[in-house]
Structure formats: C-alpha cells, structure tokens
Design a protein around this ligand. Sequence first.
Ligand code: IMP
Length: 439
Amino acid sequence: MSKIIVVIGAQWGDEGKGKIVDLLAEHFDIVARYQGGHNAGHSVQVGDKSFVLHLLPSGIVHKGKTCVLGNGMVIDPKAFFEEADRLMTQGIEVSPERVKISSRAHLILPYHRALDHTSEERLGNEKVGTTLRGIGPAYEDKAGRRGIRTADALVPEVLRSRIERNLEDANRIIMAYGGEKLDANEIFDETSRLAERLGAFISDTTHFLNVAASDGRSILLEGAQATLLDVDHGTYPFVTSSSTVAGGAIVGSGLAPNRLTGVLGIVRTYTTRVGEGPFPTEMVEDEAEMGQLIRERGREYGASTGRPRRCGWFDAFATRYAAEINGFTSVALTKLDVLDALEEIKVCVGYKLDGRTCESLPAVSQDLRRIEPVYAILPGWQSSTVGMTEMDSLPSEARAYVDFLSEKIGVEIGLVSTGPERSQTIVVKDSAVGGWLND
Ligand code: IMP
C-alpha cells in the first residue's frame, strides 16, 4: 500500500509544520493542501535560503514533486500569483505541470477581504483576530451556496453574474459599516484576467489524487492552521472557518478515508496562539517576561501577518485531545532548543473549572477562559541542544522532558527538531513515523 499521510498541527498553529513537511516531502510524490488559504504561513529554511509559503504546499521547494491545492481550499488568485512569482524569482518552478488547483476550490475575491474587515469591526471586543485575508467570508459563501469555484471563473458569463449578485449583498453590508462600495465591473475584469492565467493550473484534483493513490504514488496531505483552530473541534468561535483536522483532509482532498495510512501530529515544546481567543497556559502577568523570552528565542512572530504570537507553556491536556480527534500515529516535537535557557519548565497536565477536574475540553469559550491549568514542573537542562541529531546526545533532563510529553499525549514521538534547518533533526524512531523517511 502506498504511503498516504496527513500532517497536522496539534495546537493553534505555527508548530513548525513547514520544516517537518519539507523534511518528509522528499520521500513523497505528491504534497497536497486540503483546507484554508493564504492565511497560512510556513517558513521553510533550506541551507541559506528561506522561503515563506502561504498558499502553496511546502513540497513546492522540492524539485519534481507535484503539488495540489485541494477542493477544500479557498484561493485568492491574486495572492496565488504573487506567491508563485516570488518563488520563481527564488528559482522555484511553479508551473501547471507541477501545481494543480482543484476545479472545486472556492475563490476569495476582493469583497471577501472587505467583509472580513467589516465582520471584525462589528464584533468589537469579541473579534476573532483573523488574518483579514477574506477566508471566513469565502467559506460563508461556500456554505451559503453562492460561492464561486475556480472552474466557474473560467466561464465569463457565470463569473460575471455571480460577482454581480454577490456584490449587491456584500456592498450593502460593507457600506452600512462605513466601508467603500466595490465595483462589480472592476472585480470582474481583474478576476477574469487572473482566471485566464489560472486556467492552466485548474483540474479535477480529486480524480488526480485517487488515480495517483491507486497507482501506488505516495501522498502527503499538509494541514494548515491547526487542530484547535478547527471550525468544529477548535476553540469556537475563535477558530478559522475550515476543517483543519484529519477528517477534513479527506473531505478537502476527495481521497477516500480508507486510503490513509498515517497521521502525524506536529507539536511544539511550548504553545503559541495568534489572534484572540482563550489560551489557558498563556504566560501573562508575572510570567509575561518568560513569554517574551520564548517569543524572542523562538522568533514567534506571524509569518503571514508579522503579529507577535502569544506564548504559553505546553498544554498536554489540549494536545491529548488533538491526538484523539486526529488519531495521531506519530508526533514530531519541534523547537526543543528554544527551551534551552530555562531553569524549570511547566507542562499543563489537566484542566480545572470551578475547582472540578475537566474530563474533556470545555466547549464554551467563556469556560475556557476561566480554566485553571494543573501544572507539572520539570527541571530544565540549561545547555544548548541546537542542531543535535541523536537522542543520546541530549542532556538527560531534555530526554526526560520529551518522554514526559509523549506519555502525557499518549503517542510515540518519532521526530524531535533542534533547529530550523533540515539537518537539525533527531529521528527518534523512523518506524514510529511509519517509515515515512524512506522512499
Ligand atoms: P482566519 O483564518 O484569517 O479567518 O483567522 C481565524 C483565526 O485563525 C485567527 O485567530 C487567526 O490568527 C488564526 N490563524 C489563521 N491562520 C493561521 C495560521 O496559519 N497560524 C496560526 N493562526 C492562524
């Protein structure tokens, strides 16, 4: 059976998925995204070159790999070409031969971006802190059955009539909240120009992926955002608008569920969150200084928006939940080296609400804000682990920390990352990652 795996962040995103997918991509034929859009931001470091990817899967930086933008995605054509053109100037081939966009993926158009702003303004103090890229409004249109799919954009009459109809409603909302009225002709002209160029990239990727799977080709399904930002299973309403979890990879790619052979969770040795929403282990008040230390050591600033990320201790309770709903068969633990300076490290091993132990993650965000985390305190190692490639070279406290997290999450750790470069990785157990590092 060919390898078909999903790689997903276990927390609120930015777990260092870019590097791990990049490491694995070499051993897969196809790398596909299945949800989200250019709200994602992966940084991939290859030697002295750094690539920032928003829409394209990380596999793009590997010669000869086919990349798919699946049906579950929302695609801003302008953002797609900006990214493609930027990568091409960095020597990466972004051609229709290697990049396939689903004919069923939905488009993000300028009114979605305007509506994202309006929606956040309307929410005031309750705002989500979105990336303002139009992601939510595009998914609203999809669920509302008025969305425009990439294939629709290739038929000018369809494109024009949908834009006119949708813009009528969008303009009403935008203008009611003091925004500027958008012009249907301008949007149509710009979109049809972009669609002409996009046409060569558009095809039935569902068919392509299923045929590839039947032919024994290996496929890596690359999640964006992460488990706790999933629209169903995340910390609703402070979530993104798509299904980020392993189940979403099936819907968003069109691959049949029984094709999957593994699910890799990406977990960082601490937790971060960008945007608003509850974050039980956040380092605030008397821990704010520690939060700042982690932010600087981990360079925790958004790859998409540049926003400083909120930092907190590792939340094993939430990560165990992520392991459960995704069915992690293995975990990659990233950014071990960021904790090198710490004397003591806290790990949240349980939640209490109103003095009572929680059995599972509370569904109501107000409750999540009131959580009292139950912490275990582990000794730090206070020496450099940067670039280490063997478990045996790690200080004993670092090894104990890795083992403790694995035990609390309930999943074996297959990889540990000790720096941003490909080579700065410990393969704890290739068998634990299903032999994915073999061809
Ligand atoms: P949206 O996806 O732009 O609608 O934003 C919804 C929430 O998801 C906000 O809290 C964003 O900060 C967060 N978010 C979206 N994309 C990412 C990502 O790639 N990493 C981390 N957080 C993200």
